[in-house]
Design a protein around this ligand. Structure first.
Ligand code: ATP
Ligand code: MG
Length: 264
């Protein structure tokens, strides 16, 4: 294994020594539409280790969202096995799967999916409502802490419609983090943001990566793959390429190189 320990400032995480958080074994997903069968996933297998920052790329229709829905337990495969944090998901009951989804997975979407007219802190508290180990005070504390961690300590009581796109995405990231999930799943999380804000969010994802979080980030944008530790390319529902990134770029450098005002 290469020695990256001297890179204090930006250690490369996600080496193959750590524990496996996600394992897919020959996962297939078919959709029946009328008399036609769409094979959205045609046998996908991989392992993702704790601390990896994986980008999933591929053209439109290649199966990225279908794959992310499997990983997020939002959909079940037609065949194949999914093992999340050591637990085979297929064998679980629906209610068990809902709990698993709530505790183990943090979702971030392109359009933020925040409740409108609801404050940042209330949005972030939401996933904890389903977690009986938290009382109201603990919920509030955890939400405030998560918002502070994404740099929104001064926007706790702002409602969704009183914030910029980048701020809303930060709230969504805080909400994804608040339950301390095993995995963070993002589908085009920077898709609606301008260049500068995209890099600010990417800086945040890299910070999470540096802290040892496991991140799976679906994107159309090949540039983003340069900031992740591994890239999986899909084509026609199959893995075409699965590569570790030996030279992870630092989004802070890209951000610093951008002009201060953005006139995109
Ligand atoms: N619920 C569904 N019913 C029928 N077909 C579906 C369904 N969901 C996805 N598909 C089909 O499965 C294939 C993969 O779709 P998917 O949404 O995973 O692609 P994607 O890679 O996320 O594309 P995009 O980049 O456009 O978001 C497509 O051919 C799509 O039409
Ligand atoms: Mg998609």
């Amino acid at each position: 294994m290469s020695d990256v320990s001297n890179k204090q400032e930006f250690p490369l995480k996600g080496d193959r020594g750590s524990k496996v958080v996600i394992e897919l074994q020959d996962v297939r997903r078919e959709f029946h539409v009328g008399s036609e069968v769409v094979k959205a996933l045609r046998g996908v297998s991989f392992k993702i280790h704790e601390g990896e920052f994986v980008t999933i790329m591929g053209t439109s229709g290649s199966g990225k969202s279908t794959l992310l829905n499997q990983l997020g337990c939002l959909d079940t495969p037609t065949s194949g096995e999914y093992i999340l944090d050591g637990v085979p998901v297929r064998k679980m009951r629906r209610s068990e799967r809902a709990v698993l989804r709530n505790r183990k997975i943090g979702f971030i979407f392109q359009n933020y999916n925040l409740l409108a007219k609801t404050t940042a802190v209330e949005n972030v508290e939401l996933p904890l409502m389903y977690n009986k180990t938290y009382n109201a005070r603990q919920r509030r504390e955890a939400a405030v802490k998560a918002l502070q961690a994404v740099g929104l300590g001064d926007r706790l009581d702002h409602k969704s419609n009183q914030m910029s796109g980048g701020q809303m995405q930060r709230v969504a990231i805080a909400r994804a983090l608040v339950n301390n999930p095993a995995v963070i799943l993002a589908d085009e999380a920077t898709g609606n943001l301008d260049t500068r804000t995209s890099f600010e969010i990417l800086v945040l994802f890299q910070e999470l990566h540096r802290q040892g979080r496991t991140i799976i980030f679906v994107t159309h944008n090949p540039e983003i793959a340069q900031y992740s530790s591994r890239n999986i390319m899909l084509r026609d529902g199959k893995i075409r390429e699965d590569k570790l990134n030996p030279n992870i770029l630092d989004a802070r450098d890209a951000l610093a190189a951008l002009p201060k005002t953005n006139d995109d």
